[in-house]
Design a protein around this ligand. Sequence first.
Ligand code: AHR
Length: 480
Amino acid sequence: MLPLDRRFFLAGAAGSLVAAKASAAGLRATDAAAAPVPVNPLVKQRADAQVFRHADGYYYLTGSVPEYDRLVLRRSRTLAGLATAEERVLWRHQASGPMSGFLWAPELHLFDDKWVMYFAAGPSGGGEDVFRIRTYAVVCDGPDPMTGSWSVLGKFESPFDGFNLDSTIFMHRGVRYFCWAEREPGIETNSNLYLAPMKTPLTLAAKAARLTVPTLDWEVRGFKVAEAPAVLARNGRLFLTYSASATDDRYCLGMLTARDDADIMDAKSWTKSPQPVFVSSDVTKVYGPGHNSFTVDEQGRDVLVYHGRDYKAIEGDPLFDPNRHTRVQRIYYREDGTPDFGIPVGNGLVPDRFSPADAPKQFVRHDGDRVLVGAGDIPSSQFRGVASMAGSGAVTLVPIDAPERVLFAAPDGSVRLAQPQRDRQFVLRSSFVREAVDRDTVRFVLAGRPGMVLSHADGGLRLVARPKRGAAPNTLFRVS
Ligand code: AHR
């Protein structure tokens, strides 16, 4: 009886040792130098996170801290590295005056070669006065935002000089736009979204356009809110996501869409998705997903950055619950080019989707315990690799929307989902090494049995003998 240890594993799968080590570390063998796979939550207690990959190759992250008393910044060569990157305090709220209270939702932008950090701030006078929130900016005196000195640049001259927050900046067709949330006199909401071209870092070049007012039922739960705009330009359109409702488990993402050749200053150019595009999930236990930003991973794949709690019930005011953690997951697109954000993927390694090389437009997915290959919704085709008891390098494949199941290859070669068992045979038959074929393609080798691999067969998967020669595309899986 061989023990389930490295000796047993190596004797059986010597050829996959590199894959074993790389896979265990979340790397793909051919990309051993590739970036590690991020683990959610990526950064604890950083709400409203802005993450972007700058031309210098670094990822930068800023966000609201639970104390709302300081502006922070961290950077890393990898997206995953933000989790442990050193965090620098750039600026602290003042001892008194209009910026002595809450500091909310900072965003870092390079404005004509100057680093400028925008944020919302209020006074510390107590009572309702603390919500006299306006948008301000600090500016760095040098080229490195992590080491430069920061000082107050000034206050954003908003159209109504009302409660305003959550500003973002994006370039479109050579014009720099400012998009933010503000309360407008005469409209009974907490905040609406506005857009205008910029003249200077704190002034607008034209009258602002009101893009959306929260009116739909999922926008007005607890509070009537449209805030935290973020823009993704893809597939000939601008996708403007925003956050709606109270900041508890009802918080969610909405989306406005405009053609990229439209007059985006005309509110009629923007179409509001009738349903929210990203909401809480009891399945993956992520609640109140919102205040998002967009970035790309090291392979250039679009990534959704957002915050979310891993519990639903909150005691007291959600605004003072500290556990809105930064989270990331990959963005996928429908045939028509619109983003489908799926559901929050939950805690653990960021999951992957797998398309057989002989069916590149289809995905390995599950329907109950049946493992299929085909089209279908995103959550049923996202699988997380979890380190297996079978020894270093092997992983179990766990569907994000059925975290109590694992992919299992039965002795007859059939493959299905099953409830994990500590039985040695079960462990080995539900443990696979991701053997990297190239940057985006893997083969799944059964732990301890290098001659047995997963294969696309009959609309599902089967465990088959490793092909003796040739590529055998049905045993190769493209990772997305
Ligand atoms: O996190 C503080 C504020 O709460 C953010 O500015 C806003 O987006 C959220 O509602």
